[in-house]
Design a protein around this ligand. Sequence first.
Ligand SMILES: Cc1cc2nc3c(=O)[nH]c(=O)nc-3n(C[C@H](O)[C@H](O)[C@H](O)COP(=O)(O)OP(=O)(O)OC[C@H]3O[C@@H](n4cnc5c(N)ncnc54)[C@H](O)[C@@H]3O)c2cc1C
Ligand SMILES: NC(=O)c1ccc[n+]([C@@H]2O[C@H](COP(=O)([O-])OP(=O)(O)OC[C@H]3O[C@@H](n4cnc5c(N)ncnc54)[C@H](OP(=O)(O)O)[C@@H]3O)[C@@H](O)[C@H]2O)c1
Length: 463
Amino acid sequence: MATAGGQRAHLIIVIGAGPAGMSAASLFSKAGHEVVVLNRDIKFGGLAEYGIFPSKLKLRGGLRKTYWDILNRPNVHYFGNVSVGDTKALTLADLRSLGASALVFATGAQGTKTIGVEGDTAVGVYHAKDVVYHFNRLPGFSESPFEMGRRVAIIGVGDVMVDIAHWLVRYKQVDQVTAIARRGPAERKYNPKEIRALCACIDQEALAGEFARIRPRLEAVGQDPGDILKGMVEEFTKCESFPTQSKMGFRFLASPRRVLTDGQNRVRALEIEETKLEPKGGDFAAVGLKTYYEFPCDSVVFAVGDRVDETVGLPYKNGIFVTSPNKTSNDPDDALFQAYDEATGKVLEGVFLTGWARKASEGLVGVAKRDGEWTAEVVVRYLESQPPRDRAALDGTLRCLKTWLADRQVQVVTIEDLRLLETAEKEAPSSQHCIGEFKFATNQEMLALIQRGRDRLRATVAR
Ligand SMILES: Cc1cc2nc3c(=O)[nH]c(=O)nc-3n(C[C@H](O)[C@H](O)[C@H](O)COP(=O)(O)OP(=O)(O)OC[C@H]3O[C@@H](n4cnc5c(N)ncnc54)[C@H](O)[C@@H]3O)c2cc1C
Ligand SMILES: NC(=O)c1ccc[n+]([C@@H]2O[C@H](COP(=O)([O-])OP(=O)(O)OC[C@H]3O[C@@H](n4cnc5c(N)ncnc54)[C@H](OP(=O)(O)O)[C@@H]3O)[C@@H](O)[C@H]2O)c1
């Protein structure tokens, strides 16, 4: 693996191969820089591979193709199965000492957000990201059982709730899924198009009953329950059809307070506090009414968004990596992309953030892609003040990186390895396809397959 192109260039290390990292890497490579992409997962794609619902094969396939094209460029060097963090294969300090012109963190929002209710560690309580990683077959999550029982309460009414409910009604075929919303139906967050996956299962009589239950509280803040219900039901068009008896419902103005358990610390119910809406800055906030009731369920999924993973080692505060509050001498907003240490009052020179690492759980793939592009523009402006390096130095840095990883016994996965893996997964008999397509469930299986492929290749060359 050597660098390609003219005499002098910049080396940029992108950490994370999801939509944001890949779009930044694409622009860097198009600008003629050498790009190293370090990725925790063996496969690239991030949530495009392990988040987007399995049945969206066209969207996932299109994104995969785009990422293959980027990673096949001669000046892009992929290092899969390489985690960056305090106790990981490489630390932030390691990366900063490598002499790259810039580091771009595109690690997404890998931390778990909890809302701090009693009982949230009981058996049967799950966090949405883990569930999503499970049904998308991310190693580490794919093999865990995720017992859901018959009645599932999902906290939150965003698109992630819809995806998890979709999995529960379509593949797990539970009896009842209920989305629990602390605010009202007008404040639902999911995209109307996404509800098509579920609308065939929504119990419309029960929904009308739920509206009747909360009618006075909606009217108290000037909302028209009839209009809101009509608007909600009008979105139930082009409903996807699949065989299931599962029912989907909603519980509004309902704030979870405690997870109630049985003698074996298993979920038996949620304790919910009734809420009302209160106008707040052009929106509505939920205010607890101090009246409580039990909502029976066998499992609870928190789908309330995520936070970043503070163990990555970047300055962190309240669920996000800290970015600079100061204006830069380039475009003033460039500061919003720069990692910043509040203790020293200084930016981490040459360290940038993008995508969900910059704004946790915000937006679709297109938003992450655009963020990657913006970050690339910011970095390219920054590079104008940095001297490029000669080819020998860039090759030396790549060699050093590889030596470190070999010394630390990390089995780095290259783009050639991924080709082998993709061929093997495509060849798997359709009887092994769990949802939509076949994916190896563990890193061990993938790494063993890759090693066998490399050994075969070596034997062929030696002959
Ligand atoms: C359940 C779910 C479903 C979604 N469905 C859709 C959809 O249908 N359509 C749509 O447009 N958008 C969808 N989105 C939104 C979309 O997935 C995100 O906008 C986008 O993936 C964010 O991109 P990102 O690159 O910032 O982060 P991610 O996609 O999370 O990528 C992060 C990358 O960083 C790597 N990484 C993490 N930590 C480390 C580390 N310490 N060291 C090295 N590498 C690391 C990971 O391996 C991963 O490759 C969905 C999101 C979720 C949660
Ligand atoms: N198919 C798709 O296109 C798809 C799929 C998945 C995700 N995504 C995208 O990924 C992003 C993240 O989605 P998301 O669903 O995780 O987040 P989201 O859209 O922000 O929804 C989070 C939900 O959790 C609720 N919530 C937050 N804190 C809470 C608390 N303390 N108590 C009770 N409820 C709480 C929110 O209620 P409040 O509104 O009251 O805060 C909201 O209903 C979104 O941009 C989404 O569009 C897209």
